[in-house]
Design a protein around this ligand. Structure first.
Ligand code: NA7
Length: 898
């Protein structure tokens, strides 16, 4: 019998007061629950929605405090699934108030006749998976229990208010209100002494309005927040015009954007802009009064780099100082403890100016924490404040609270979700949990959720889930469950994504830090709405990768695996390259490929400022060789690193790896001299190797003239440059100098054998292909010469070589020969450290400011070079300490007897 038939026959039983049988049960009748119900019904599933409140609205039903408003522009915070619905409703303001949003949700419920399948005033008190019947059994506190095939939590991310965690609340004799559970009847605040605890969005929205009514308002602030003036009013004409001119593409761009609002990706990085340009951009954002705009549109590094962010945060602080008249109060209101955007910034109307009112006092709990609440008010450690009313704007047990704290959820084998999540939420795609078949979460932890325009994320989740249920029904499957492997892979991907942005640097409800004892970690997906959507689609495209599907009359299907193994930004870069649909690069010919690469490099970020960049030439074995020198801004003389660029012995020049050289010069505090060695096919083997050796020797001999420290130099190189760097070290040893203090080899070519597995595993799809490598080899070196250590240094004499730091990338044909070289050096008694970079590709570390997750690797490279040069380990660049990528720590190879 189909689920629908079971339900039809069971509806009689329901009216008899027994269990209600449905295909799908949904908890919550908010934004997500309503759309879910609509889609499920349209798809022919019998459905019941269980809702604790007595009407629809979810968040917008409960959060009725004064000033409650949406803080995404309402033209974006709206359903988009039905064009007729869109044209049937007109928002009155740029940011709608809570009553208007609630009216809208009521309008939606009426339009699709949704209320008839919603059981209001009904709380689910327990949900248990029955393996025997493959159904979820729900207990409720009102009316019949429910048996459903699928159970979907549309409970919202911020719906479980957090207890106040302050002693003495029960002793207070006055009125108490929670912003998240504001009464439906009018609350009379006029003429009263009011205390507000909390300065998150709810506090910041309500404080100005409460202040207007109160005899006196005392605000108890633990953490100051960044708040941007909303400049509310009619929806901005430019945005409305953009939408109305092409609604379909506007909505589509929103779906593929990072935050769910169609703003473009900013390209200019902060250090490319002058102070005046940055200020102009900031003022424009301030005037626009749009959180997504100010969070994404100032400069490309504002959300990913501590320095780029600090510039913005400081401009913000100036505004607070300029608005708040009392300097001490202004200082207390200024956030210093988190980067802008790492904690949810707020949108306000007159928030900071409210502190200029004579009837408002700010209490800085960082200086005088609350000791207790008494019968008459609030005592801090130094003062007592009398109050008639206390408003708790203290927030929510975010993301997991809304799912876990609602009721016990017991999955397969009696597993409790609370236990499974004891150390933090574990999910696959933020949608499902291994061990909990047929359970879905809408905008759960592990999905973009609260870091996005919720309306866009909700529609994507609902569509994905309902489409899967339809596909399962068509294929005869009745259960779906994420696999452990897929879930573990998603946790890794989440951790990788969390290194992209600065959210991990603040103690917030995003990380669970607002609830005492809660497990810590960034809970929302920080990789962006568009990338997330494409991953969900890819899961489907790859045969429901990471899910086990079963059904009574069909063979079990389990296509196990990890959906994203690449670092998130590497995935984006590779997708972008794939979209270019380039022919095999070798088909360009050597000059054609040089031109292509030069053009490609012209569009990349320029590289960060260094003290000085100098061009010169040095004598090579067969004529002058150009070099470019990057000097740090710190006082010299500095140690010198002789650097060799990548390009398969065929491409590139002394400027080709400019962003890498600049970055490494800044991080190491060393001079980098990048050498333009001769290229094939014009100059074949051993031209590049001999040039590299000659350049190293000359630079070592002229270190003083170059402003460097006399004494040993260091060498470094990437790819073919890593090859010639390794060879230069061997030649220096064979030929009696110069002295080399250490070698940094990044994805080096070390051998002419092509049968190591990385050559096959990564033969195509990761930009540097196997066939391109074959072509490079053919242009540079005849087969007869290939075993010569001057091109295959793995075959050279390794004993006594300088200490090495060898970097290899997981998705690189050259991976295994790099590892082999590190191991061979170690076996020969050379001190070696090795960084095997997970999820990275051949160009990860040289695509500075594009592959953000490459930072931690370069930090480690810089530290190694400093160790080799005998310098103290740390030169603070700002991002070292804050990007600890524990998964990518270098391993020291045990030194075997040479
Ligand atoms: P938030 O943003 O979590 O804000 C809660 C505020 O309450 C925040 O300032 C907290 O300080 C403060 N708080 C919480 N507990 C205490 C105690 N015990 N003592 C003093 N202060 C406390 O919740 P909101 O309701 O304002 O906003 C939630 C989201 O809704 C918002 O971000 C939007 O997405 C919409 P803390 O920062 O933890 O030091």
């Amino acid at each position: 019998m189909s689920d629908a038939m079971v339900a039809a026959s069971a509806s009689e039983a329901t009216s008899g007061g027994t269990t209600q049988q449905v295909d799908v049960a949904v908890v919550g009748a908010g934004f997500a629950g309503l759309y879910l119900l609509h889609r499920l019904r349209r798809a022919g599933f019998t459905t019941v929605t269980l809702e604790e409140a007595d009407d629809v609205g979810g968040t917008w039903y409960w959060n009725r405090y004064p000033g409650a408003r949406c803080d995404i522009q309402t033209i974006d915070y709206t359903y988009t699934f039905d064009p007729e619905l869109e044209s049937g409703w007109k928002w009155s303001e740029k940011y709608a108030t809570q009553p208007e949003i609630l009216r809208y949700l009521g309008f939606v419920a009426d339009r699709y006749d949704l209320r008839r399948d919603i059981r209001f005033r009904t709380k689910v008190t327990a949900a248990t998976w029955s393996q025997a019947v493959e159904r979820w059994m729900l207990k409720t506190d009102n009316g019949p229990a429910v048996s459903c095939r699928y159970y979907i939590m549309a409970t919202g991310c911020l719906s479980a208010p957090k207890p106040p965690e302050i002693d003495g609340v029960k002793d207070f004799k006055g009125e108490i209100y929670f912003t998240g559970r504001w009464p439906h009847e009018e609350v009379k605040l006029a003429g009263k002494r009011i205390a507000v605890i909390g300065t998150g969005s709810s506090g910041i929205q309500s404080i100005p309005l409460i202040a207007e009514q109160a005899a006196h308002l005392t605000v108890f602030q633990r953490t100051p927040n960044f708040a941007l003036p909303a400049h509310n009013g009619p929806a901005p004409v430019d945005r409305v015009t953009l939408l109305e001119n092409d609604r379909v593409s506007y909505r589509e761009q929103a779906r593929m954007s990072l935050a769910g609002v169609p703003w473009p990706q900013q390209m200019a990085v902060s250090w490319q802009l002058s102070d005046a340009e940055r200020r102009e951009r900031f003022e424009k954002a301030w005037a626009a009064g749009d959180l997504v705009y100010i969070l994404t549109q100032l400069w490309a590094d504002q959300a990913v780099d501590v320095d780029g962010n600090a510039l913005l945060a400081e401009l913000f602080r100036e505004k607070i100082r300029a608005t708040v008249k009392d300097p001490e109060t202004a200082e207390a209101l200024i956030p210093y403890d988190h980067p802008f955007g790492a904690k949810r910034p707020c949108l306000d109307t007159n928030y900071y100016a409210t502190y200029n009112r004579p009837n408002v006092t700010l209490v800085n709990l960082r200086q005088e924490p609350i000791k207790s609440i008494t019968a008459s008010g609030i005592n801090t450690e130094t003062r007592a404040f009398d109050a008639d009313v206390i408003v708790f704007a203290t927030g929510f047990d975010a993301m997991t609270g809304a799912i876990m704290a609602v009721h016990p959820i017991t999955g397969r084998g009696g597993k409790s979700l609370s236990d499974v999540w004891a150390n933090g939420p574990q999910t696959y795609l933020g949608l499902t949990v291994a061990g909990f078949p047929n359970l879905f979460m809408i905008t759960g932890p592990g999905s973009p959720s609260v870091l996005s325009n919720m309306a866009v994320s909700i529609e994507q989740h609902v569509d994905w889930v309902v489409d899967r249920l339809i596909a399962m029904r068509e294929a005869g499957f009745t259960t779906i469950e994420a696999t452990e492997m897929a879930q573990a892979g998603w946790a890794r991907h989440m951790a990788d994504c969390s290194m992209l942005t600065l959210h991990r640097l603040a103690n917030t409800w995003y990380t669970g830090a607002n609830v005492p004892g809660k497990a810590q970690g960034v809970m929302p997906y920080t990789g962006g709405v568009g990338p997330y959507r494409s991953i969900c689609n890819e899961v489907v495209g790859r045969g429901m990768l990471g899910f086990k599907l079963t059904g009574p009359n069909v063979a079990e299907q389990c296509n196990d695996g990890e959906i994203v193994r690449l670092q998130p930004d590497v995935r984006l870069v590779l997708n972008m390259l794939a979209d270019l649909k380039l022919p095999p690069l070798e088909s360009f010919g050597s000059q054609g490929l040089r031109d292509f690469v030069a053009q490609f490099n012209a569009s990349r970020p320029a590289g960060r400022p260094v003290g000085e960049v100098l061009d010169g030439t040095l004598p090579g074995p067969d004529g002058p060789l150009p070099y470019r020198l990057y000097r740090p801004a710190t006082p010299g003389p500095h140690p010198i690193v002789v650097y060799f660029h990548g390009g398969g012995w065929v491409l590139g020049d002394e400027q080709a790896d400019e962003p890498f050289c600049r970055d490494m010069s800044r991080r190491t505090g060393m001079i980098f001299v990048s050498v333009g060695y001769r290229h094939a096919p014009e100059h074949r083997f051993p031209a590049a190797a001999e040039d590299a050796y000659a350049a190293t020797r000359w630079i070592a001999d002229h270190a003083g003239e170059l402003g460097g420290q006399p004494g040993p130099v260091l060498v470094a190189g990437w790819s073919a440059g890593g090859n010639v760097a390794a060879v230069a070290c061997q030649l220096a040893q064979d030929r009696g100098g110069p002295q080399i203090a250490g070698q940094l080899l990044v994805c080096p070519v070390t051998d002419c054998r092509f049968d190591r597995s990385s050559y096959n595993d990564n033969a195509a799809g990761y930009f540097l292909t196997r066939s391109l490598m074959y072509w490079f080899w053919d242009l540079y070196c005849s087969p007869a010469d290939r075993t010569d250590p001057r091109v295959s240094p793995l075959r050279g004499k390794l004993t006594g070589l300088p200490p090495a730091f060898v970097v290899t990338c997981e998705f690189d044909p050259l991976r295994d020969e790099g590892i082999a070289y590190a191991e061979a050096l170690a076996a020969a008694g050379v001190p070696v450290e090795q960084l095997q970079a997970r999820g990275h590709f051949h160009s990860s570390f040289t695509m500075v400011d594009v592959v953000i997750t490459g930072v931690s690797g370069r930090v480690q490279m810089a530290q190694a070079l400093r160790r080799f040069a005998g310098l103290p380990p740390e030169r603070k660049q700002g991002d070292e300490g804050v990007r600890p990528d524990r998964t990518a720590a270098p391993r020291e190879i045990s030194v075997a007897a040479g």
